[in-house]
Write a protein that binds this ligand. Sequence first.
Ligand SMILES: Cc1ncc(COP(=O)(O)O)c(C=O)c1O
Length: 447
Amino acid sequence: MAADFEGLESQLTLARALPTTKRVVAKQQKTCAENLRRRAAGSMTFSLDTPGRAPLVPMIIDHASGCKLHDLDGNEFIDLHLGFWTGIIGHSPGVVAEAIKREVDRGTNVGVGHTLEIELCELLIEHIECAEMCCLAVSGTSAVMHALKLARATRGRRKIAKFNQQYHGHDGDVLVDLTEFGLGIPRSDHTLVLPGTAEAFDLIRQHADDLAGIVIEPAPPVRNPLPFYDLAFFRELRRLTAELGIVLIFDEVLRGFRSRFGATLDDQGIVPDLACFGKIIGGGLPLAAVVGRRAIMELGRTTGNALRDHSDRVPLMATYSGNRIACAAGLAQLKHIKQHQDEIYPYIKEKSHWLSSEINSHAIEHQLPIVADVMDGGLVVVHKTSAAIPPAGPMHPAMLLQTYLRDQGCYFNGGPIQISPAHRPSDLERVSAAFKAAMADLVKDLA
Ligand SMILES: Cc1ncc(COP(=O)(O)O)c(C=O)c1O
């Protein structure tokens, strides 16, 4: 074990000594200095300090707008992720910023019911097939936790199942198989991890008596590294869970409203019992929702009799659930997307395919084991084909590309790329050129 860490440490030292890394550090002097000051003062930020994921060079932002990030040193970067995928129309779109300004003087968090909460729930119910009822939450993680609570209360069982390597937020019960995110947490024994193959159906049958619910991301086919789930797989999962009475939960936190206005598989007629939404529905502010069939969702609502609630109900609580400013932002973003959906989604889809093929041809030209795929028309995933460039680990090309693309004026965190209408064709030409130059430098530095 110790030897592995030593290996990792020496790779990181090597990566920090690469000419490109040094160049990036020189360009981001204030950013680096501020990072050191912040660290000494003990302040931790998720994107800069998360164990196992910290970037080689920190990124400290002064402001963001459209598709651009501006750091403390005055450098401008084309952002390829838009606030952890919370935006698909760019940073601080006018409609969202105006809606926030309108609401902010009317009470930041009123803590009791308000009309924006109702309006947002109604919009979600109108556009999501399984949504007979809707309850707002603060984050994707809390929406998934609400859904699991509802499933457990429905079935009177604790065990849940999830699919191998799928991410559903940071609750311990859904992190069991994710070594990177689950570092340091004792493994939960309430979770069955299923493979993304037909073998899963046998396991579900075997454990049916113990299972409350099954959570899965409604992911259409993507190549390695995720398992290959196709529509037939989802149809069979829906059929089997309905037959066995197990609650089927679709985690739509990342994908909902991303490639179509609503739930990912609704147009295929594959409808879960519960679904969780987040990211886009909050317009860049913390907001999420769990929606689903009335018979299940009702368990989260009072019977009207406090004594009866104690035995029959499951509270879905959080201080900031249905926060008014977040509801204003989310509603403004969703209404804008709804109104312009015929331009927004086709633009993102066309440009995602274009960028993916550009990245692939640059990778072939530079003989790098990198491949780009488009996930359900809305996200470009860049991953390794088979073997990482030796030495492996942090020298994995997707990790190193973060630094090399930064040098070329693009912010890439290794995760899926979100293109938006704020990324104009000229910006995307720059992104493609940046990938090409970054790969050339990567090959040169590692030669
Ligand atoms: C599929 C999925 N589920 C759940 C979550 C957790 O959401 P949050 O980070 O808002 O808690 C994420 C976050 O990336 C996600 O991608």
